[in-house]
Design a protein around this ligand. Sequence first.
Ligand SMILES: Cc1cc2nc3c(=O)[nH]c(=O)nc-3n(C[C@H](O)[C@H](O)[C@H](O)COP(=O)(O)O)c2cc1C
Length: 219
Amino acid sequence: MITKAKIIEAYKFRHACKLFDTTKKISDSDMNFILETGLLSPSSFGFEPWHFIVVQNPELRTKLKESAWGATAKLDSASHFIIGLTMKAPLTKYDSPYIEDFMRNIQELPENVIVQKGAAYEAFQKSDFDLSDDRKLFDWASKQCYIPLANMMTSAAMIGIDSCPIEGFNQSISEKILKEDLGVDTNLYGLSYMVAFGYRVNDPRPKTRRSLNNMVTFK
Ligand SMILES: Cc1cc2nc3c(=O)[nH]c(=O)nc-3n(C[C@H](O)[C@H](O)[C@H](O)COP(=O)(O)O)c2cc1C
């Protein structure tokens, strides 16, 4: 087993890296490892309401800079630059063909369980969480998409790879670019975040955080 000290070391190693070394590229094997830790992330009902686009094409990266003010230096320097997309209502609503297909072909559930789980998912959306409009449904799914984000950044840190999560963009202009230049069906997917991976140029300033006592209440 990996030691606690090593795990904390990785968490401290991870920081929001502002500038990456353009001479260093993440190997395919390391990038697949990072993506696999995203894939293994938990999600509500296990429906994995996310999709990732790895943008390596320089022209597309330049295009993204038009709306992603918080990503400019990262788009120029990151070894790998990922767009984190969240599924929208036509895919995530309880009665969508995606959900039924997912239960049958990905989760490999028997038919009677598909009916039961489908009913529970419908009740959850209608009453438990009040996911009654498309925006609420998107925001609920988007919250889940931050779980693979966190896992990917931490697993990257564990193998000495830096990252930066990015919400510094205009969402609607970015989605227009995703639609027109990257072929994303924006009826089905919305933009939650971007995340850059690579190797640092500069060391970060020491971490500043609240104390555990300030963050947690035990009752
Ligand atoms: C959801 C989210 C969005 C962020 N957006 C940006 C961004 O657009 N540009 C940037 O340089 N850093 C961004 N950050 C990084 C934060 O500023 C950073 O994580 C925070 O200041 C703590 O510093 P540390 O990650 O280095 O420990 C973002 C972080 C999160 C979690």
